[in-house]
Every structure is written in C-alpha cells, then in structure tokens.
Design a protein around this ligand. Structure first.
Ligand SMILES: Cc1cc2nc3c(=O)[nH]c(=O)nc-3n(C[C@H](O)[C@H](O)[C@H](O)COP(=O)(O)OP(=O)(O)OC[C@H]3O[C@@H](n4cnc5c(N)ncnc54)[C@H](O)[C@@H]3O)c2cc1C
Length: 362
C-alpha cells in the first residue's frame, strides 16, 4: 500500500531538515526520505570519544555570521554557540620541498567562526525538533512520477511507494539528474541546467590530525599553512572549543581521479611527512587521524563532480525551482541564488521554497 504524506522531502541535509522543521511547526504532515543511515548530508562531525563536544568537522567547518543572516538567526534560535577560528601566530608557506617560509599578517580566516560541537550541532538540534517518524533513514528515492506525485524508494533493498501533494528535492541537482528517474520528462534545458551545476566540494578530501597538545601554537604558529608541494594544500587549526583535544585539519590537493590510484594509507603517510616538514617531529604524535573523501560518497558526489573542475554553483533561481504546477520543487544549497554552495545557501533555498509554497496557498 502507498504511504501518503502532504509533503515529502528527499534528503536530510541542512536544507531538507530545516524545511521539515519549518513545515512541522506549521502542522504540515511532512516526511523526509534520506538515503544515508544518518542525517546531515555533507555535514559530518566525527567524535573520537563519545563526547560530541570533541567533534571534528569532516565537511563544512566555517560560518560567517556577519554575512550569513539566516544561519546567524538559526544558530541563535537553536541555542547553538559559535567560536572564532584560531588564527593567532604566524603562518607557513611551502613553496617547494625544503623551501618553507614563515610569515605574519592577517589570516584569510581571521573573521571566520566555527560551531561548538561541530556543524552537526545544527543538524542534531533540527533533528531533535522533528518527531522520529518524520525522518526515514536508509531510504533511497529512485523514481518520481510528477503527474500522480508518486514516488518510489528503496529501504534496506525493500521497495516502498509513497504519494504526496508536494515533493521537495533537497539534494544536489547533478545527483537528481544522475540517480532519480523523473516522469513525465522535464524539458531538456532543465536536465542540461542540473548537469551544469557543480556540487560544491563534492570532489574534495579532508584529513584531520588529532593531538593531545597544540605543539604548533607553542612554536608561535597559527597552524595555518599553504603548500604548492603537497599533498596537503591548505592546513588550519581545527581544535574543538572544548580544547580537550587539539587538531589540524587539511585539504588534499590531489584531485579525485588521481586519488583513486593511491590508498588512504599512502595518502596519510605522505601527509604526515609533509606535516613533519612544516611543523616538526611532534606532528607525528597523533592520537587519531580521520580521513573523509567526499568523492567516494554516492549520495554527495556524481561522476560529473569527479571528472570536471569545480566552481561555486550559480543558479538562475525561481523559474527553475518548481515543476508540474509547483508540486515538485527544488531546494538545497546548489539552488541558492546568493549563497550557493554554503550552509547559508541551504537555508536560503529552503526559505525560498517555503515562501513559494505559502504565497501560492494564500
Ligand atoms: C569538505 C567540505 C567542506 C565544506 N566547507 C564549508 C564551509 O566551511 N562553510 C560552508 O558554509 N559550507 C561548506 N561546505 C558546503 C556545505 O557542506 C553545504 O553547503 C551544505 O551542507 C549543503 O546542504 P544541503 O542540504 O543543500 O545538501 P546535502 O548536505 O548534500 O544534503 C543532501 C541530502 O540528500 C541525500 N540524498 C542524496 N541522494 C538521495 C536519494 N536518491 N534519496 C534520498 N536522499 C538522498 C544525501 O544523503 C544528503 O543527506 C563544505 C562541504 C564540504 C564537502
């Protein structure tokens, strides 16, 4: 038998969860179908003990409340605290092997903030505001019929059928294009548009090195380093606000296709060699190392995101947001006009969908 809901949201990333929360507040019968076994999507904060205060962001880490009013309001409403990115001290620049320069000045992250408990504090708080039954994990949507508003999903390999009055896809357009069959067929220019929008950061790999002591700070260094040699191209202090542990986070400069040719162990070994060059032998005393290769995540990265150069998504807006008389709508950061790619964009797109839904009803 089909399960029926007024609104079905596909994707429990920040955009989908925020939409579900706002709709639940308006007493709308809403369900979120999420392919992964967790909420958050690109938001992933790993803990090395069971204390979420000691979380390390493997996806987004920075927010800029001075420019991101929706995110600022949301964190305040949910009682989530922010703290400043640590940037005190000198930075390092590795021009080439054996050519490391130390320099002062203002960091590009001097005005960046992080979230206490990691960005998962946001999605955990939203999830806690929504009844458990409204979020179905392990449920991968693969077919939508826009004429009957019916939807097919696989839950633990079992086929489930749903119907709704409205379906909102809160996921990257390229993934929709690659993994969900939609009928009646949408115009070719919409498929072309979806294919052309890069999924922000989908091809990236982050490695976090966790320590008992901030040995770089003790050397007058901020932890920030840039390298033209690699394999890490950017490194920053990623210590949690609790300071029970300290950490350096890094972006790998080897692209997703090249990364397929080396193992995670080789990549970590090369990265530790580089940390030793930059910060000295103490950098080898890790308590833990966490690696997250987003290009290997089926529910983030499409083949196009791996093979093509990434740039900030640019979305044309309202005209491409709603289909079949506004009964199928699109949210997600890639569809935000102003803050596409960022956490703020996930909220911006969700708010635009809400505004369209409720203005149509009035
Ligand atoms: C390494 C990295 C660093 C980043 N750094 C920053 C930063 O510092 N600051 C910042 O503002 N932003 C940053 N971002 C971007 C930020 O993570 C995104 O803007 C935001 O998380 C997007 O949220 P979303 O809900 O739009 O999409 P997503 O989080 O991608 O959510 C989409 C959801 O849809 C689900 N899904 C996919 N396919 C299906 C299907 N067929 N059926 C059901 N569910 C499906 C997915 O599992 C996922 O949960 C970073 C991203 C990465 C990867």
């Amino acid at each position: 038998m089909n399960k029926h809901h007024s609104v079905i949201i596909v994707g429990a990333g920040l955009s989908g969860l925020y939409l579900a929360w706002r709709l639940h507040q308006r007493v709308v019968d809403v369900v979120v179908l999420e392919a992964r076994d967790r909420v958050g999507g690109r938001i992933l904060s790993n803990c090395i003990d069971d204390n979420i205060e000691n979380s390390f962001d493997m996806g987004p880490a920075w927010v800029w409340p001075q420019y991101q009013q929706r995110l600022k309001r949301l964190t305040e409403e949910l009682g989530i605290k922010r703290f400043k990115q640590f940037t005190d001290g000198e930075m390092l620049y590795e021009a080439d092997l054996h050519n490391i320069q130390r320099y002062g000045g203002s960091s590009s992250h001097a005005e960046s903030y992080r979230i206490e408990g990691g960005c998962r504090a946001l999605t955990d708080a939203l999830q806690s505001q929504i009844p458990d039954a409204c979020i179905q994990l392990d449920t991968r949507v693969d077919f939508i019929d826009g004429s009957t508003l019916s939807l097919q999903a696989l839950t633990n390999e079992k086929l489930c059928l749903y119907t709704a009055e409205k379906i909102i896809l809160a996921m990257p357009p390229r993934l929709i294009q690659q993994s969900i069959a939609i009928t009646p067929q949408l115009p070719q220019e919409i498929s072309d548009l979806w294919e052309s929008i890069p999924t922000w950061m989908a091809g990236h790999c982050k490695i976090v090195f966790i320590y008992a002591k901030p040995f770089w700070r003790e050397q007058g260094l901020s932890g920030e380093a840039f390298s033209r040699y690699g394999p890490l191209t950017e490194i920053y202090d990623a210590s949690p606000a609790s300071e029970s542990y300290f950490a350096l986070t890094s972006f790998v400069g080897i692209n997703a296709l090249q990364r397929r040719k080396i193992s995670a162990e080789q990549l970590i070994k090369l990265s530790l060699d580089q940390l030793q060059r930059l910060f000295g032998v103490k950098s080898l005393n890790t308590i833990d190392i966490q690696l997250q290769d987003w290009s290997k995540e089926l529910f983030t990265s499409s083949e196009m995101d791996i093979s093509k150069e990434a740039s900030h998504p640019h979305y044309p807006g309202e005209a491409a947001r709603a289909f079949y008389d506004n009964r199928l709508m699109l949210a997600g950061t890639e569809t935000a006009r102003e803050h596409g790619g960022y956490l703020e964009g996930a909220l911006e797109s969700a708010e635009e969908v809400l505004a369209m839904m409720f203005s149509t009803q009035a």
